[in-house]
Each structure stands twice: as C-alpha cells, then as structure tokens.
Design a protein around this ligand. Sequence first.
Ligand code: C2E
Ligand code: MG
Ligand code: MG
Ligand code: MG
Length: 283
Amino acid sequence: EAKKKGKANHEVFEPRMDAPALGRLRMGTDLRRAVERGEFRVHYQPEVSLETGEVVGFEALVRWEHPEHGLVAPARFIPVAEETGLIVPMGRWVLEEACRQARAWQDLRPDGPPRVMSVNLSARQFEHPDLARDVARALRESGLEPGRLVLEITESVVMNDARSTVGTLGELKALGVRLAIDDFGTGYSSLSYLRRFPVDYLKVDRSFVDGIGEDPGDAVLVSGIVDLAHALGLNVVAEGVETQEQLALLRGMGCDLAQGYHFARPLPSEEASTLLARARPLG
Ligand code: C2E
Ligand code: MG
Ligand code: MG
Ligand code: MG
C-alpha cells in the first residue's frame, strides 16, 4: 500500500527493511535541517602505498553529527539523502571541504610527497547537470590542483549506458581530475567499460579483500583484478585491509595501494593532521 503511494507520489517514501516509513520521513526532515545547519563532518582515511608504506592519499568520508543521536554513519543516511535529492547539496559541501583540506595539508608541507584526495559521488550526484561546474568551482576556490582530486564512482553508475554518462566522464576528465571505480567487483560483470572510459584507479571491494587469507577463490579473484588493472594501465587500491596477513598477500600480488583499519580508521581532520605530522610510513 505504502509502496503504491510511493510510486504515484514522490512525497511518500517507500519503507525499507532498516527503518519504518515514519522514521525515514523524520530523517528526511532532519537531513534537510542538517544541510542548513552544517551538521556534516568529513573524516579522512589514509591510503597507503604498498611499495613505500607512505600515506599517498586520503578518502573523504562523510559523517552526520546529529544533535541527539551523535555521529551517524553514511549507511544510515545516504540512502535517504539520495531519495530526497539532499545528497546534491550535501555532496557539494563534502567536495568543497575535502578540496580545502587537501590544499591545507599540501600548504603545510609544500615540498612533501604529492597526495591525492578521493571523494565519493553517488548516482544522483553524478547525474546532476551541475556536477562538472561544482567540481570546477571546488578546485578553483580551494586552489587544489585538479590532478590531486580523485572522484569515486561505482560500476553501476558507469554501466548506466546513457549517452550522458560518457559526456559527464569526458567533462570531468577535461578538468584534469582522476576517476576511480569504487567497490570494484560487486556490480555488473561487463568489463568493457574499463576500456571505453578514462578510469585511473580500481578499488577492490572489501568483501574480496576480507577472505584472501582463508579463501583461495578470493585470493585468485583479487590477484586477477590486480593483473587486469595493470594490463590496462590502472592503479589498484585494496579496500578494508585489516590484518598484516592481508597486507603481505596484497603486496605479493603487486597491489599498488591499500586502505583499511590495519593502517588507520577514518579520522577527524585534526587527527589525520597529527598522523601526517608524524610522517612515518604506516605500512
Ligand atoms: P566506500 O566509499 O566504499 O568507503 C569505504 C568504507 O569502508 C567506509 O565506510 C570506511 O570507513 C570503511 N572501511 C575502511 N576500512 C575498513 C576496514 O578495514 N574494515 C571495515 N569493516 N570497514 C572499513 P563509511 O565511512 O561508513 O562509508 C560507507 C559508504 O558510504 C562509502 O563506501 C560510500 O559509498 C558512502 N559515502 C561515504 N561518504 C560519502 C560521501 O561524502 N558522499 C557519497 N555520495 N557517499 C559517501
Ligand atoms: Mg569510496
Ligand atoms: Mg562506495
Ligand atoms: Mg568502496
């Protein structure tokens, strides 16, 4: 019944397994207020070179500092932000904040190693006609070099064969930013897009990395992804590295970069700054 209404009238949200309809409506209202009041925070998780152990980048991950519930994880509110379209202003803010932070870290040590900042884009952000303009503005206002910004999109976004996908990717590449395929391996299986689109990084989904120590099948898959990426001239990032054993296996496979709790959790900017100031290899 609610589903029918939801289809006919977009004001009504479809209830999901994780939250009753009323809760989601409430969350939609809270989210709108959160955008206005600036309740979002960006945490930064280091990306480590498996060759040098150096921090070569960060992924910006949004959190919501809810006045009553405290820090809320993105899995709890991104789906609602997508449905309501609030993901667009929220994502724009994350992009601006992450670019500012990346530039600030660069200014702290201008002769330090070049680091990239990765920012996630959801389908709705990617389809928004202002995306390239928003990215250009974030770069201009922060003074961050375009080549230091990586935009992460999922396979399903790229596989959506609309002509606009090609156009948008072209516009973004023309700005000089880099592109990563996030959660690689969990989406569609057609790989032809890797040749057609100007992708720079593959991020191997955590679900594969998880099992590489125990499950020979997972190890074969990840090793195959690394070889495929390298044959296509792409860099590979392993997501969700939690153990020394996984790290050693990934290194043996020739994986380029890794992120995960083994190195560091996503950190508030001050803590990430402290970590950078220590400047000791994490790997
Ligand atoms: P993602 O882009 O794949 O980000 C990686 C997620 O894995 C993050 O969860 C991170 O905290 C978590 N993670 C990293 N290392 C480990 C590990 O070793 N073990 C485990 N168990 N988890 C690890 P988080 O921050 O909760 O974000 C979840 C998802 O929400 C992200 O997945 C991304 O799809 C989305 N997201 C986060 N921030 C943004 C944003 O600013 N914009 C958009 N559109 N989506 C975002
Ligand atoms: Mg990501
Ligand atoms: Mg993702
Ligand atoms: Mg991912």
